[in-house]
Design a protein around this ligand. Sequence first.
Ligand code: SF4
Length: 494
Amino acid sequence: MVYIPCPNKKDYEEYIFPNGLLYLYSSLLNNKYNTDLIMLGKHDFTEFLSEIQKDDIIGISVNSSNKNISFEFAQYIKKSIFNVKIIMGGPFISLLDDEKLKEINFVDNFFKFESEYSILNFLKSQNNNKIIYGERIKELDSIPFPSKNGAIYSNIITSRGCPGNCIYCSSPELWKRKLFFRSPENIIEEIEQLYFEGVDYFSFSDDTFTFDKNRIIKLSNIIREKNLKIIFDIRSRIDAVDNNILEELALTGCVSISFGVESASPKIQNILSKKVDIKKAVDIIKKCRSLYIKTNVFLIIGNPEEKDIDIDMNIDFIKESLSDWITVSGLHYYPQTALYKLYPKNIDWINQKNTVYFDDLYNIKKNELKIHKAHKKALKNLYEKTIDLTDNIPYRSVFWKYAELGMFEKNKKLKLKWLRKAFEIYESPEILFSLGIEENNEEMINKAYYKFCFQINNDIRKSPDFLKNALVFFEYVEDKEYCVFVKSLLEKVI
Ligand code: SF4
């Protein structure tokens, strides 16, 4: 099974195996199919050729950003090797018209929708249909999660689907607005298995992690009862959280939440079918700050009927709410979305190389810059009372606050105090390294070495900031080979 990150996209998440592909890999191994999982990060197809045997089946995972390189790769393999079967799946394939897919002669079979069971049936029966449909899997606990078959990762999905109906999103078409959940017991089994392999930072990538609040409260209680020294981030919706669940999450180790607000203008909210209560959004983000949970807000600009006044509403909103980060993107087209149906454009989904935006790109970039500038200025003015931190804070979410204070504090005594407090919550490689240096503790520096390598090699943390910290560390321990490796990763993501 092959995954090829998009070569033009400077996004570190591109270099992490998609969770769906890990699940397929696990299902195949569970059923005794000899399967390899390969990431072609160097985009050198020739290197891969020697690994392929006659009669092999090559499965390629396709999303909207890696589609061009994935089709190029499939074509190359089909031309170069006789008797190899090429199959493709992934969210992008599920959204394409059957008629268009049937025209692609260098791919033998396309898998649409959830494929854990349909791929097994295909391998048993060698179904001759070019397009194979997966049925909706309601019992998510029945699928073997990837760590059951030896995979190591930090991205966990605990539910599939979303009830939302946002016009720019393909989720309504993919999941038909129905949501199915894994049980807390099943999720904790996966977390524990990974934890005992060394993973202690998790990202829950569900569209709305907190949709069923009781399930998350139960899961949080189990994590705390088991005393797992983990931290994690989640994505959610403003209408799917309240003060109670935020406190639970903070106690358990949730260090950041991403919220899709998209626009603070009621008119644009309406057009996008988003329905976020902006006043509640401000309160929720403030509540997160009071609980030391960092927040990231997604905003979409370049929308139909958008005027300067709508952009200004976004600016007022970010000034008032003061989320730690904002992610601003231009409204763009995906196949099968309501946007594509309501505002049709002539798009060749298979061959189209660039993202198709609704609005003029110059306009989008100009407003994006304006919003980012306002956000940066607003954060500068933010006054935070670090004195509060001397109290005994029960929230494990305070980890990053302690870590930041420990890293930047000049006074040695205070520095050690913050670093130790951060260390009690989560043993990040950066904290291990800093404490090791401050306390002249070789064991800690060795442990930092192990953790930096483990987290990078297993795609657990790969953000540019993390890689920069890792580079400083490897330069310190004079590991030249690893410095070159980390530099090459950094070049890809910045
Ligand atoms: S944008 Fe988010 S909330 Fe809206 S439909 Fe898509 S996944 Fe659901």
